[in-house]
Design a protein around this ligand. Structure first.
Ligand code: EPS
Length: 447
């Protein structure tokens, strides 16, 4: 007996007069036949855009592609936003703001409707049009968007560019990621982000699903969002020392994603590869200069046999999203050929030190072209802990986007049925595709 994957769009078809048999794929086929797979020819996607200046009235997030029926847990989202505001090394701004989302569209009675969603986060420190409190900036800070942004928009006032380039925007992006995490949770996919290092202080802690709950607890108890208390203290000392020197420090953030099924992303185009998208999402976070997947750049120093993760099969784990395929290590960071391989996704991002230094840096006045020290705007000494929260949610958003592409549907129920159908088909492999391509008719299907 065969289930035939026919080339008419993405519709599943099967031969007429097929015999009954034990294959899971046939059961899936019978249950799912009427209609559900038709929507697969339309590739659902998930997008988010943000608007708003650091000291404008509010930040706004517009999200499209979340299916109807997802419960929107605002307490969960606002907790994430509060976490993003915190972390040792932050400046005075976070004592002014209390970030929380107002829902302006796309949610009714606590559930998504399938329409575009708009979240708004008000800025309490709103003073963009107050020229005395928010004056023009003519001495660009090396490392910030000031110089390139002012020249790009043909002005010698860096204010417009810096207001938008500010990491305040990450509150809006984190809100989108928090909603994406709520979607992922419906599919048993969990994310974990933390601080791996600040300046020269690093932790060697290992992250895996079995120690996850204790790691979450330890991270949440840490002022620098590092689950290793001893390393966390060294990180705090590094931030303190930079502050004394009127300087700043950066660091490494790391995100792990558990429970993603095999086959999210694609190998067919470079910009459909999930690793390429994750890297873009991470380097797109303010002040991030690099992203690594799994072993990252260390792969360049080892032989293939030391890098690639041997494949094994454990039938007792076939009901897991990894379908029973196991690896003794995860140097690939859960991604091969731009697709998830059933192992946890592991992404690291390097954040540079904040470019606003209390002691300034050599710069030039854009009006006089004379050498000057760069401007100082109230800022943070270190925002790596906050950035770990942002990165966790940027990664969650990209994984949710890839999941949406794999499992479309207008409602969460439809999306889940596609997810289950895909896993059942994958478990039923090998499917005999040699039996000819016959499109099923209503008579072929069973209720
Ligand atoms: C930022 C400078 C500081 C940070 C800000 C990012 O803001 P301000 O200049 O208003 O003191 O606190 O981060 C946030 C406001 C935030 O919510 O994360 C910068 O220059 O990018």
């Amino acid at each position: 007996m065969a289930l035939v994957l026919c080339g008419s769009g993405s519709r599943l078809t099967r031969p007429k007069n097929h015999a009954e048999g034990p294959l899971n794929c046939d059961r899936v086929f019978r249950r799912k036949w009427r209609g559900e797979f038709d929507t697969m020819s339309f590739m659902a996607t998930l997008t988010a855009y943000t608007a708003g200046e650091s000291h404008g009235p509010a930040l706004t997030t517009y999200i499209d592609g979340i299916p109807a029926g997802l419960p929107v847990d605002l307490d969960f989202m606002n907790n994430v936003l509060r976490k993003r505001q915190g972390g040792y090394g932050r400046g005075g701004r976070q004592r002014i703001e209390t970030d929380a989302v107002s829902v302006l569209a796309g949610v009714r009675l606590g559930h998504t409707t399938g329409a575009p969603i708009i979240f708004q986060i008000p800025n309490k420190d709103s003073r963009l049009d107050d020229i005395d409190r928010t004056p023009p900036v003519h001495r660009p800070r090396p490392g910030h968007a000031d110089l390139a942004g002012s020249i790009k928009w043909l002005t010698t006032d860096c204010r417009n560019a810096l207001e938008r380039a500010s990491a305040r925007e990450t509150a809006a992006r984190t809100a989108a990621g928090a909603l994406a995490r709520l979607l992922l949770r419906e599919f048993g996919i969990e994310t974990f982000g933390f601080v791996r290092s600040i300046h020269e202080a690093a932790t060697e802690i290992e992250v895996n699903q079995s120690n996850l709950s204790s790691l979450i607890e330890a991270r949440d108890a840490s002022e620098v969002y590092c689950p290793d208390a001893e390393a966390g203290q060294r990180m705090i000392d590094a931030i303190r020392a930079a502050k004394v020197d009127k300087d700043t420090v950066g660091g490494l953030c790391e995100v792990h994603v558990f429970g993603a099924p095999i086959g999210l992303g694609s190998c067919v185009q470079w910009d459909q590869k999930l690793d390429s998208r994750l890297a873009a999402a991470v380097v797109g976070i303010q002040a991030f200069k690099s992203a690594e997947i799994g072993m990252g750049r260390d792969v360049s120093q080892r032989r293939g046999s030391d890098v690639h993760d041997p494949i094994a099969y454990d039938v007792s784990r076939r009901t897991e999203p990894s379908l029973g395929y196991t690896r003794s290590r995860n140097n690939a960071g859960g991604l091969e050929g731009g697709m998830t391989n059933g192992m946890p996704i592991v992404v690291r991002g390097a954040m540079k030190p904040i470019s606003t230094l209390l002691r300034g840096m050599p710069s030039v006045d854009l009006n006089t072209k004379q050498a000057e020290r760069s401007s100082y705007e109230r800022s943070d000494v270190c925002a790596v802990p906050a950035a770990a929260v942002v990165m966790e949610h940027a990664v969650a958003f990209e994984v949710a986007r890839a999941l949406r592409e794999k499992c479309s549907g207008d409602s969460i129920l439809e999306m889940k049925s596609q997810y289950e159908a895909y896993l059942e088909l994958a478990r039923s492999l090998p499917i005999d595709e040699s039996a000819g391509h016959t499109t099923a008719t209503e008579d072929d299907t069973e209720t």
